[in-house]
Ligand binder design. Sequence first.
Ligand code: ADP
Ligand code: MG
Length: 316
Amino acid sequence: MDEFALINAFFKSISPHRKDVILGIGDDGACLEVPSGKTLVVSTDTLVSGVHFLSSWNPFDIAYRSIMVNVSDIIAMGAQPCWISLALTLPEFDQSWLFNFAQGLKSALEVYDLALIGGDTTKGLLSITITVHGLVDRNHELRRSGAKAGDEIFLSGEIGAAALAISLMDTPIPQKDRNIIMEKLLKPVPQLEFINYLYPHATAAIDISDGLAADLNHICQASKVGALLDLSKIPVHPLVYKYKKESACEFAMQGGDDYVLCFTVAELAKVSFLQLIHQANLSCYAVGKIQEKLGLFGQYSKNKILPLVPIGYRHF
Ligand code: ADP
Ligand code: MG
């Protein structure tokens, strides 16, 4: 067996089995069963060493996080993630590195019962390209383009901690705090439980990968609307207040890597949506309103509204 055959054998064994995988790893292509009435949703992300992660990180964490950031996109479409393909570029054949990487993959795949259905393995600078395939009921996908003036803007979780982990990477801080924020960076938790409640209530959705300001701006541009965020309502992670003090909210909004959902709900649907969410023991935060006036604005206090810069935090 050459090293690539070994890799294939390695990865084949870690995948959960799914009935809808007609043909998995081992042939020229995978065959998958798409039920009638469902739409196939496909999303790809590349993670490059030194850009999206550091090669010094534990390979388990690199693999785990790579899966999660990709799954997050499918969930933001309102779809159920099902199948993954993995294109791996490796600088060398390091069996112990690969073993740990495969364990991280396995652990992440099991969270969402995802099957690894194929991929490619090449030699070069370390990079990981993952394609996630998911299913959503026909015409029920959540796009970025459906937000309307008057819609309420929601976040499904706290923001800022993952970006804080990056910004404090070389700053001495108590180990307890470091563990909390590194966990947020390395182990994002895409919130699959939300997809059952978003349709038909949500008019638009996106996952926060580049920062609330940049990603909400994507919704605004796709929907041809603007947004006014109430800065007192942004769920900023408590440790961001501790380390970033006065600039905590701005830091969190421009941070990124949060992988929580940002979505909009029509004013009239808000009450029934929140009832469902609470019945399901989920929580979300109302952070502002979509408005006709284009651009992104922040309400700093009762009479103070200022434009927000829709750029995300630049990593490394
Ligand atoms: P081909 O030369 O036909 O592209 P490969 O040798 O690249 O075939 O791959 C053989 C099989 O192993 C294929 O089914 C492919 O999908 C799978 N495979 C290769 N690399 C990976 C990987 N990193 N993860 C999962 N499956 C892989
Ligand atoms: Mg190939």
